[in-house]
Ligand binder design. Structure first.
Ligand code: AMP
Length: 114
C-alpha cells in the first residue's frame, strides 16, 4: 500500500534490519527496541490492524504466528520465554497502521501488560 511505512520496509524502499522473510511474512528489528530482543513480524499483504483480522486469509494469520515462533527460536529466546504483542487502534497506542506483532524477550519482562 502506498504511503505505508511497513509496506515500504517490506518492498525494500525503506531499509530495515531484516531478521527473517518468507512468502507471506517479513520480520525486522524494531528501531526503538523496548527489550533486549525486539523484532516486528508483519504480513506482506497490507492489513491495518488486528481489528481487520476477519479480512485476512487464515494461512496469512497462521504464518504470522509461526514466524513469531521461528524468530524466537533463531533469536535464542524460545525456551527462556518471550512475549507477542499486537497494538490495535488509538487506546493501544498503535503508531503504524499495518498489522504487526512485537516479539519481545531476551530479558525478564514485567508482569504488567497494560
Ligand atoms: P506500534 O506502536 O505498536 O504501532 O509499533 C510500531 C513500532 O514500529 C514501534 O515500536 C516503532 O519503534 C517501530 N518502528 C517505527 N519505524 C520503524 C522503522 N523504520 N524500522 C523499524 N521499526 C520501526
Amino acid at each position: 500500500m502506498e504511503n505505508c511505512l511497513f509496506c515500504s520496509i517490506i518492498n525494500g524502499s525503506i531499509p530495515s534490519a531484516k531478521v527473517y522473510e518468507d512468502e507471506k511474512t517479513f520480520a525486522f528489528r524494531d528501531i526503538h527496541p523496548m527489550a533486549k530482543t525486539h523484532v516486528l513480524v508483519v504480513p506482506k499483504t497490507h492489513v491495518s490492524s488486528a481489528a481487520d483480522a476477519a479480512d485476512v486469509p487464515d494461512d496469512v494469520l497462521a504464518a504470522c504466528l509461526r514466524t513469531c515462533a521461528k524468530v524466537a527460536e533463531t533469536e535464542g529466546i524460545s525456551s527462556s520465554g518471550f512475549r507477542i504483542v499486537s497494538n490495535s487502534g488509538p487506546d493501544a497506542c498503535q503508531s503504524v497502521p499495518h498489522l504487526h506483532f512485537h516479539v519481545l524477550g531476551g530479558q525478564k519482562l514485567t508482569e504488567s501488560m497494560a
